[in-house]
Design a protein around this ligand. Structure first.
Ligand code: XMP
Length: 508
């Protein structure tokens, strides 16, 4: 499979570049900037993209690549910092001009063709930079300029080297996707063949190669990721697979029964439903620290799978629906640990399984498309994400049966009202959070001292960033009235109006 490697210099849009390339039906992966050239050569990408980054190439310890990379004969597109680095390493000049450019800017194409095939001479692009290339390196021609920038784009076509100061991956760049396509399809000569069908075929082959004739168990959560991972594995190894659904008592209202009935209806894979409510909630008694909760739940999941696997006759492999953002957010070379997701960083060290993670290089929207291709029902494909540690990370402070009941009831009302308002699919997630404080209220002339419920609703493409959803006031009013009237122990409803970053979607 021909692929593009995005060399990540820590830019805020690095992820987005990889996604945009994939939207052009070309597989792409992020790699850290210090990946050795020999490793890049061995991966044999059809093209490289250097991402943007927050530093200046003129700082002595600025992230750089080994200039050897230019002798591989692989086409390279440098974006923003990537362009500046290419300019500097090839003998051009980069300097801080008086005028930094941020936001939408006009772009004048002066050398049509190449990256700019089909792009008008005057167009709009998105800039975000302090430094500028003030002199293109020998062998390069300047292909576009902007009002304050002598070099908004440059190219050395004979060496397959291209650079743009603006961000083609950002929607505000009018012809951004066309520019990327020109790089992929013409410069790198890749055909757009990375489709849901090809993803399925490749995953099935990879799972077969990994698993051989061993037994496999798959943890089903009821969400689209684990369902797709299970179906891919079933396609690959058939009855060697048993699915295990662990009800840890931290599920939403009626969720356990719903998950079981959906799977029995749509899957012909053997399914074991483990009722482990007491086991998990018992282990969480007295625990208030978020990372401690996550680690306990991660460990208990694995121990439960091990127990069940022994009953079934010992499986060697455990399938998980881990996604690409889970891998990145759980701490890689370039990303700090924000939260230990239970299916990645929250795993204990001594896991008695080898992991099969067929979705580890995919984003959620890609998994949904694969799910549709596999014939999963719409209700499952478009189910809002629900975290592995469940309601435990939405109850701030101690998890108790009483507090679980309060949160479950409030959450069910929020989801019900969001669905009635026709907003369920537009929202990435919408749910309730139970803080560890109480406040005074008055109900039926009596003083109350009870919990508030936080309404958390966000829009997002991939959970890496998110915005708080502007829910209509009448919807908020219905949620507030119903939660306060129908959920004992709650006397106040508040709205979370924080985006990610700086907040996260979940509260813990
Ligand atoms: P945060 O709170 O980090 O969440 O902004 C990003 C997305 O990930 C989900 N999430 C998890 N999913 N296991 C999961 O499978 C986890 O431990 C976990 N923690 C958060 C969260 O619901 C959101 O969609």
């Amino acid at each position: 499979m021909k692929k593009i490697l995005v060399v990540d210099f820590g830019g805020q849009y690095s992820q987005l570049i990889a996604r945009r390339v994939r939207e052009c039906r070309v597989y792409s992966e992020l790699i850290p900037y210090d990946t050795p050239v020999a490793e890049i050569k061995a991966a044999a990408p059809a093209g490289l993209i250097f991402s943007g980054g927050p530093r200046s190439v003129n700082e002595s310890d600025a992230p750089a690549v080994d200039p050897e990379i230019f002798s591989l004969g692989i086409p390279i597109l440098g974006i923003c910092y990537g362009l500046q680095l290419m300019a500097k390493l090839r003998g051009g000049k980069v300097a801080r001009l008086d005028l930094a450019e941020y936001g939408g800017r006009p772009l004048s194409v002066i050398e049509p063709g190449g990256l700019f095939e089909g792009v008008p001479a005057e167009t709009a692009c998105w800039m975000s930079h302090g430094d500028s290339v003030v002199e293109a390196p020998p062998g390069f021609v300047v292909t576009a300029t902007s009002p304050h920038m002598p070099v908004a784009a440059m190219a050395d076509r004979s060496c397959g080297l291209y650079g743009v100061q603006f961000h083609p991956e950002v929607r505000h760049t009018e012809y951004g996707q066309d520019i990327l396509k020109n790089f992929l399809y013409t410069v790198c000569d890749i055909a757009p063949t990375w489709t849901p069908v090809s993803i399925i075929e490749e995953s099935v082959e990879r799972i077969q190669a990994q698993v051989g004739d061993e037994r496999v168990v798959c943890g089903l959560s009821g969400g689209v990721d684990s369902a797709v991972a299970a179906l891919l594995t079933y396609k690959a190894v058939g009855d060697q697979l048993t699915c295990i659904f662990v009800d840890h008592g931290l599920m939403r209202k009626d969720e356990g029964a719903e998950v079981e009935s959906t799977f029995r209806r749509h899957f012909h894979v053997p399914l074991v439903h483990v009722r482990a409510q007491e086991r998990f909630v018992g282990k969480l008694a007295g625990v208030t620290e978020p990372e401690a909760k996550r680690k306990i739940i991660g460990e208990e999941f694995i121990r439960t799978f091990e127990d069940e696997s022994h009953k079934l006759g010992k499986a060697k492999f455990l399938v998980q629906g881990t996604l690409y953002p889970d891998i990145i957010e759980s701490g890689t070379k370039t990303a700090a640990v924000i939260k230990s997701h239970h299916n990645v960083g929250g795993l204990p060290d001594d896991v008695d399984f080898d992991l099969v993670e067929p979705l580890r290089m995919l984003f959620k929207d890609e998994v949904r498309v694969v799910g549709e291709e596999l014939g999963l029902p719409e209700s499952l494909v478009w189910r809002q994400p629900f975290p592995g540690p469940g309601l435990a990370i939405r109850i701030i402070g101690e998890v108790t049966w009483e507090r679980l009941d309060i949160l479950r009831e409030a959450d069910a009302i929020i989801l019900d009202e969001v669905k009635r308002a026709g907003l369920y699919r537009q929202l990435w997630q919408s749910f309730a959070v139970l803080p560890a404080i109480r406040s005074v209220g008055v109900m039926g002339d009596e003083r109350t001292y009870a919990y508030p419920i936080v309404v958390r609703a966000v829009t997002s493409d991939d959970a890496m960033t998110a915005d708080w959803a502007r829910l209509p006031y009448d919807l908020l009013e219905r949620i507030s009235q119903r939660v306060i009237n129908e959920v004992p122990g709650v006397n106040r409803v508040v709205l979370d109006v924080s985006s990610k970053p700086p907040s996260t979607i979940e509260w813990e």
